[in-house]
Write a protein that binds this ligand. Structure first.
Ligand code: FAD
Ligand code: MLT
Ligand code: ZN
Length: 476
């Protein structure tokens, strides 16, 4: 083993190697504190060639590789196993923005660049990189692409998969595939790029990417609305597409329980509306059409005000506030983005990251809330999320004051009740967080034999030695 560590040191140098137990610890646990693994070492290569050399060494020594970016994943995909013979390969030193091509609307980056850095660099060039999520200050683009992350602007721009043109990948054979092509059109056989996207590091290591950019919006309107119920939320969204002239960028639904947790755990936060309501929608419209002084054309805020006025008259919307400036818009967004962190502080929870078609959301919500309560009447459901994508974080908090051990026996029956219902509605048991190690059994249970066999065949073909993030997504 000393020899293996010595060879690793020879490839990445002292700076790229962590072997001390205390220093390794943050890389061996996940954001939710669900897992604690072990690793022979945490390796932090500085270049693609070093990644390839590390993988080559791991093949020779039969050591498995667990790729890791910002370690904000929800499914334990970047955490090594407790009893494995594995290294964690962190991309956090590969954090260079290589090129911004403002004319061609692309940016080429290394995999370890933090998402917020990419957004900021695009903005400096009057461009937009639209992937946006609460973990953007610490997650990496490599992790985003490997989980096919969603976030709050999928409605307009798509998932991470739709935001990328080309990739560079180190294969499980330790070879470098240079697919860094900035091409919108490329029908040259099987799409290898799409195989690696969303593969959670089980098929190879993404080392670089060519990302797509968009024009930066110039006119943005943000509203915090209280809606009658989830049916009102989807009806409001449905009309908003036309009313905004197809400029809806976000539509996030929240139940009062989630707002209460945010207000409790974030002392500076305030409720924008005077009365308490059961359901809220954060609606954002944005357009690249700039408004100049003296411009008589109606801006998005005026259009939104007119639309919400009609929605109040018809009873869909109970109350609403439109942000008057950027600070107010940011405060609305903070109420939404602090949901995850606040729930972590509140206590143990189950995350059901589900999707059904948008029109089925209301029925699913009613039946799903009843199903959770039937299993554990004192549980505290916190449904919230990307209603415009049909993706609800149908989370379930433990009853107040319960610890993990007390809640643990109830997790499986609650999740089974929720997932059975999701499948009955033709939905997915993981809309954006992936499978990792947490949902391997659920995937095996809810997907068909044909799908699972095909996934295992792909894994065996690309990684016959099962050294690339083994035991994640599918077991072979
Ligand atoms: P990690 O957690 O390090 O890794 C995730 C997976 O990708 C692992 O399986 C890992 O092995 C693999 N991986 C990482 N880097 C590479 C690479 N370079 N090559 C190959 N495999 C790799 N997710 C959403 O989709 N939408 C949200 O709205 C959202 N909100 C969040 C809010 C909070 C507060 C938090 C903590 C998380 C949220 N997430 C969300 C989940 C998480 O942020 C995303 O999954 C993110 O894309 C993970 O990026 P990361 O760099 O942290 O990846
Ligand atoms: C989010 O959208 O904020 C995260 O994906 C959700 C979660 O905490 O489950
Ligand atoms: Zn989400």
């Amino acid at each position: 083993m000393t020899d293996f560590i010595g060879k690793l040191r020879g490839i990445v140098g002292e700076r790229g190697l962590i072997t001390e137990e205390d220093a390794k610890h943050p890389y061996l646990t996940d954001w939710r504190d669900n897992y604690l693994g072990t690793a022979l070492a945490v390796v932090r290569p500085g270049t693609t060639e070093e990644v390839a050399a590390v993988v080559g060494l791991c093949i020779d020594d039969k050591v498995a590789v667990v790729p890791q970016g910002g370690n904000t994943g929800m499914m334990g995909g970047g955490t090594p196993h407790r009893d494995g013979r594995e290294i964690v390969l962190s991309l956090n030193r590969m954090n260079r923005v290589i090129e911004v091509d403002a004319i061609g609307y692309t940016m080429t980056v290394e995999a370890g660049v933090i998402l917020k850095t990419i957004q900021d660099r695009a903005a400096e060039h009057d461009r937009l990189f639209p992937l946006s999520l609460a973990a953007e200050g610490s997650c990496t683009i490599g992790g985003n692409l490997s989980t096919n992350a969603g976030g709050v602007q999928v409605l307009q721009y798509g998932n991470a998969r739709q935001l990328v043109l080309g990739l560079e990948v180190v294969t499980p054979q330790g070879e470098i595939w240079n697919g860094l092509r900035a091409l919108k059109k490329d029908n040259t056989g099987y799409d290898l790029r799409d195989l690696y996207l969303g593969a959670e590091g089980t098929l190879g290591i993404i080392t670089k990417a060519v990302l797509k950019l968009w024009p930066k919006p110039k006119d943005v309107a943000t509203a915090w609305t209280a809606v009658r119920d989830p049916q009102a939320a989807v009806t409001l969204l449905s009309g908003a597409h036309a009313a905004s002239e197809d400029n809806v960028t976000s539509c996030e639904l929240m139940a009062r329980q989630g707002i209460d947790f945010v207000l409790k755990h974030n002392p500076g936060a305030t409720d924008p509306l005077t009365e308490r309501h059961d359901w809220y929608v954060l609606l954002e419209w944005s357009s690249t059409r700039s408004r100049r002084a003296g411009d008589n054309a109606t801006g998005l805020a005026e259009k939104m005000e007119a639309y919400l006025g009609e929605a109040m008259e018809s009873g869909l919307v109970v109350d609403a506030a439109i942000a008057q400036n950027e600070a107010q818009a940011r405060a609305f967004w903070a109420l939404r983005e602090n949901h995850t962190e606040s729930q972590k502080r509140e206590g143990p929870s189950i995350k059901h990251d589900i999707s059904v078609s948008v029109s089925k959301i209301p029925a699913f919500m009613t039946e799903g809330l009843q199903a959770m309560k039937r299993v554990l009447p004192e549980c505290r459901p916190v449904p919230f999320g990307h209603v415009g994508d049909g993706n609800i974080h149908f989370n379930c908090m433990a009853p107040a004051g319960w610890d993990r051990a007390r809640f643990a026996p109830h997790i499986e029956p609650i999740s089974a009740a929720v997932y059975d219902l999701v499948v009955a509605h033709g939905g997915s048991i993981s809309a954006e967080h992936g499978i990792g190690q947490l949902k391997v059994d659920e995937l095996a249970h809810y997907r068909s034999r044909v799908e699972l066999d095909t996934m295992r065949a792909i894994k065996r073909a690309l990684d016959p030695q099962n050294l690339m993030n083994p035991g994640k997504i599918v077991r072979i």
